[in-house]
Design a protein around this ligand. Structure first.
Ligand code: HEC
Length: 112
C-alpha cells in the first residue's frame, strides 16, 4: 500500500517536471519533424526540392542560431511568407522547444 502511493506520487512529480520544462528537446524534435523539416530539411539547411516548388530561397537555419528566442518566437508565431504562422497550431512550449531543437541541430552540424 505504501509503496503504491509512493509510486503514484513519484509518477505525479515526474509528469509535472516534464511538462514544466519550457524547452524540451524531445518535444522540439517531434515538432520539427512534423512541421518544419518539409521546408527546412532534417538538417536545417533547407529542402531544395521544396524551395524549388515554392520558388523561394529557404534560408539555412544556422543563420538564425544567433538571433534571440524572442525574435524567433515572433517570427514563428506570425509566419513570414511562404512560411506559415504557427501561433494557432503550436503552443508556446512547442515553439520554445522547436527553436531550441533547431538551434541545437544547426550547432551540431558544424555551427556554420
Ligand atoms: C512552407 C515552408 C516552411 C515551413 C513549413 C517552415 N518554414 Fe521556416 N521559413 C521558410 C521560408 C521560405 C523562410 C524565409 C522567409 C523569408 O525570410 O522570406 C523561413 C524562415 C525561417 C526562419 C528565419 C530564418 C532567418 O534567420 O531569417 C526560422 C527561424 C524558421 N523559418 C523556422 C521554422 C520552424 C521552427 C518551422 C517549424 C515550426 C518552420 N520554419 C516551418 C519556410 C518554411
Amino acid at each position: 500500500m505504501r509503496v503504491r502511493s509512493f509510486v503514484v506520487a513519484l509518477l505525479g512529480a515526474l509528469t509535472v517536471a516534464s511538462t514544466a520544462a519550457a524547452a524540451d528537446l524531445e518535444l522540439g524534435k517531434k515538432v520539427y519533424a512534423a512541421k518544419c523539416a518539409s521546408c527546412h530539411g532534417a538538417d536545417g539547411k533547407g529542402n531544395a526540392k521544396m524551395a524549388g516548388m515554392l520558388k523561394v530561397n529557404i534560408p539555412d537555419l544556422s543563420g538564425s542560431a544567433g538571433k534571440s528566442n524572442a525574435e524567433l518566437l515572433k517570427l514563428l508565431a506570425e509566419g513570414k511568407k511562404p512560411m506559415p504562422a504557427f501561433a494557432k497550431s503550436l503552443s508556446k512550449d512547442e515553439m520554445d522547444s522547436v527553436l531550441s531543437y533547431a538551434k541545437a541541430l544547426v550547432r551540431g552540424s558544424g555551427g556554420k
